[in-house]
Design a protein around this ligand. Structure first.
Ligand code: NAI
Ligand code: MG
Length: 490
């Protein structure tokens, strides 16, 4: 097999999708999307603001209230989702290259992770479309009572740049299966794959207005979605700071339903009785995957004191072995950070780690080449109260902390405003289950990390979010329960 660097796809300027039409923004404004591996402009993209969002919401409203979507059989909605999954599969190489170009993630990951998980997510929800139903209830008295699970209506979806294709599928899959219509705003850093999937959706026959894509910036396009009185529900993935703004805007307008998938500072705990080498390999993967740009990154690595030196040794070696470079090269394991802004934030955290008294074991700076490349960095001797142990860095920077016993590590692991994920490495099943029960996080991985599947719900405790994505649980984000009671007696 050849492993030659793939040629970047040719890209033309992009319009937005509203009511089945590809159009320029009402203002005529565009923005540049940047290749983070070089800092060069890839293309210009139509920039939506409030007036474009208004048009998109009106189109979604029509499609929901009176268009063909409102009359379509659930099984036919499911067929459209299957067709979309097939179209994505047929376009897999192109989509993977586009994702890598726009986001900077290694092509090997776009191909092996992002695209296949996206396809699986659409297929999973395609299967749900005609299996969403209520119950007949054992009501007292001479009545017949049942529930209907009806689509919530027009949904606004605001997604981030770290997994653009996959986040779109986590949002579109359950919303479309449930019978909602959608206005999606991709992140301004990575609009290209969302637009390509929207093109495929139109090709496979989604009716006009069912999916609308409005690329643009957070406060303008995103803010207009969150504050729109005709949007029935908003789903957001991104920073905790913006999550609060979304909730506030929803509260101040129409109490639109809100689900949020936000930041994390997830503890990854290795006990001395674990397979230390394997645990270290996964500790590397838990943090460095996707350049550390994962909401569930295992960014606080708690290692039992007795095995600290052995684990640190493995972890340092793995960080030093990372192949940092052109993300279109199949050998590359670490590409650039997504943007200059993220790159500068991360370098600021590395500085704070050094100044705060942690020991920088490897890495610790930028890489001297065009693009936004950061050295894989490991800090040892990290204390719980240091900035690098408390705040989400979202970069290739791992903090190693030592612990002595079970109660101590549970208390320290839970001492955070976040609660997205956690992991435990041990061969002792009792200890593993005790921790699984006591860790305050939406996902607990035991002897594994970053295992995602469309069937398994994902979301946060505490300030990591509200509601759950994926699995059957996500359907409730996009449905309203209606109770119907009929009198049977005269
Ligand atoms: P962000 O929260 O600002 O951006 C995420 C999405 O929200 C983007 O589509 C953006 O355009 C939109 N947005 C921004 N401001 C908005 C507003 N006022 N109203 C409505 N939508 C708005 O995140 P950003 O600035 O890209 O990254 C900052 C930090 O957030 C990262 O360093 C990381 O810690 C965290 N983050 C977490 C993610 C996750 O998967 N949970 C994903 C991306 C960022
Ligand atoms: Mg922001």
């Amino acid at each position: 097999m050849t492993t030659a660097t793939i040629a970047p796809p040719k890209i033309t300027d992009k319009k937005m999708l509203i009511d089945g039409c590809w159009i320029d923004s009402a203002s005529g404004k565009t923005f540049e999307t940047i290749n983070p591996a070089t800092g060069d402009t890839i293309c210009h993209v139509a920039e939506a603001d409030k007036s474009d969002v208004d048009m998109a919401v009106a189109a979604a409203r029509r499609a929901f209230d009176s268009g063909p979507w409102s009359k379509m059989n659930p099984a036919d909605r499911g067929r459209l989702l299957y067709k979309l999954a097939d179209a994505i599969e047929a376009d897999a190489d192109n989509l993977a290259a586009l994702e890598t170009l726009d986001n900077g993630k290694p092509i090997r990951d776009s191909k092996a992770v992002d695209v296949p998980l996206t396809i699986a997510c659409y297929r999973y929800y395609a299967g749900w479309a005609d299996k969403i139903h209520g119950k007949v209830l054992p009501i007292s008295g001479d009545f017949h009572a049942y529930t209907r699970h009806e689509p919530v209506g027009v949904v606004g979806q605001i997604i981030p740049w770290n997994f653009p294709l996959l986040m779109q599928s986590w949002k579109w899959g359950p919303a479309l299966a449930a019978g909602c219509t959608v206005v999606l705003k991709p992140a301004e850093q990575t609009p290209l794959t969302a637009l390509r999937v929207a093109e495929l959706a139109m090709e496979v026959g989604f009716p006009e207005g069912v999916v609308n894509v409005v690329p643009g910036f957070g406060p303008s396009a995103g803010g207009a979605i969150a504050a729109h009185p005709d949007v029935d529900k908003v789903a957001f993935t991104g920073s905790t700071e913006v999550g609060k703004l979304i909730m506030k805007a929803a509260a101040e307008t129409n109490l639109k339903r809100v689900t949020l998938e936000l930041g994390g500072k997830s503890p990854n705990i290795i006990f001395a009785d674990a397979d230390v080498e394997k645990a270290a390999q996964f500790a590397h993967f838990a943090l460095f995957f996707n350049m550390g740009q994962c909401c569930c990154a295992g960014s606080r690595l708690y290692v039992e004191e007795r095995i600290h030196d052995e684990a640190l040794d493995h972890i340092t070696r793995l960080a030093e072995k990372a192949r940092v470079g052109d993300p279109l090269d199949p050998e590359t394991t670490q590409g650039p950070q997504v943007s200059e802004e993220q790159y500068n934030t991360i370098l600021g955290y590395i500085d704070a780690g050094k100044k705060g008294g942690a020991t920088c074991v490897t890495g610790g700076g930028k890489i001297d080449r065009p693009g936004y490349f950061v050295q894989p960095t490991v800090f040892d001797d990290v204390q719980d109260d240091m900035k690098i142990a408390r705040e989400e860095i979202f970069g290739p920077v791992l903090s190693v902390l030592k612990f002595r016993d079970v109660d101590e590590v549970i208390r320290r692991a839970n001492d955070t405003m976040y609660g997205l994920a956690a992991a435990v490495w041990t061969k002792d099943i009792t200890k593993a289950n005790l921790l699984a029960r006591r860790l305050r996080a939406g996902t607990v991985w035991i002897n594994c990390y970053n295992v995602f599947d469309a069937t398994v719900p994902f979301g946060g405790f505490k300030m990591s979010g509200l509601g759950r994505e994926l699995g059957e649980y996500a359907l409730s984000n996009y449905t309203e329960v209606k109770s119907v009671v009929t009198a049977l007696g005269a």
